[in-house]
Design a protein around this ligand. Structure first.
Ligand SMILES: [Zn+2]
Length: 65
């Protein structure tokens, strides 16, 4: 088990919305803070951001439904 330094829960479930800029400002802030401290979520973020940027070229509006 990896300790998380008390910086809240992992944010993987929020990464999709974070990448799409669909979170509230304070949520977005805490995701950004978590990513700076958590290597696991940071690499998940890179994967999600890559996938989203590719998909966004095709159907950005469809993703938000
Ligand atoms: Zn994490």
């Amino acid at each position: 088990m990896t300790a998380d330094r008390g910086d809240g829960p992992h944010v993987r479930l929020l990464l999709g919305a974070y990448v799409l800029d669909a979170l509230e400002a304070d949520e977005s802030c805490s995701v950004a803070r978590h990513l700076q401290r958590c290597g696991a979520c940071a690499s998940a973020y890179v994967e999600v951001a890559d996938a989203v940027s590719l998909l966004a070229l095709l159907h950005a509006d469809d993703l938000l439904e």
